[in-house]
Design a binder for this molecule. Structure first.
Ligand code: GRF
Length: 185
């Protein structure tokens, strides 16, 4: 079974969805660049080792820790730092990210607000990570509008709730899909 590291920077609601998979997933390490990240408490509750980066991330040291923990794949779940190109190429094909828009629409930050303001479809994407931000091959994607039609009465707060629920569903589906595609790991 694949051995995962999950990178977080905040709430950790997507980390929690991944941990709720229980024995379907093996999380070896939770990495955060924020000591205040609530997701670190979630990791501690599941007795999962954590690695807190320095403000200036020492990517070589982080990579050493990942190797030492036997990690073979990484899930960026609300991780707000860009991975350097050499780190991405070393982990090429083995890093997933969840993003709160229907990429390639609205890459980068404030994706929910931007897609809401644009008035069109909204949703979530899980993609493979490449050096370019939010641009790798799409693994799973889902609109939050079942019929593809957006209600004119939809508020930003309601959209954010639907996005969060869809993210949590999609990250668990992505891990299951990964396990199917990489049974040996
Ligand atoms: C999520 O919207 C995620 O897509 C984005 O950061 C937000 C925080 O997620 N990258 P989480 O609750 O910390 O998992």
């Amino acid at each position: 079974m694949a051995k995962w590291a999950v990178f977080i920077s905040g709430r950790g609601s997507n980390l929690q969805a991944i941990l709720n998979l229980g024995s379907e997933i093996q999380v070896q390490l939770v990495v955060s660049n924020k000591a205040s990240a609530y997701g670190l408490l979630r990791a501690k509750r599941h007795a999962i080792p954590i690695y807190l980066t320095d403000k200036k991330i020492n990517w070589q040291d982080l990579d050493d820790k990942l190797q030492a923990a036997g990690v073979d794949c990484i899930f960026l779940a609300g991780f707000m730092k860009l991975l350097p190109a050499d780190f991405v190429s070393k982990w090429s094909g083995r890093v997933l990210n969840v993003h709160p828009s229907l990429l390639p629409e609205f890459p980068g930050t404030h994706a929910i607000e931007k897609s809401f303001a644009a008035g069109g479809d909204m949703g979530v994407t899980v993609h493979e990570v490449i050096a370019e931000m939010d641009a790798g091959p799409i693994v799973l994607q889902k609109s939050i509008f079942a019929t593809g039609k957006r209600s004119s009465a939809l508020t930003l707060a309601e959209a954010e709730i639907e996005i969060a629920k869809t993210e949590q569903r999609l990250v668990t589906e992505a891990v299951r899909l990964w396990n199917l595609r990489h049974p040996s790991r």
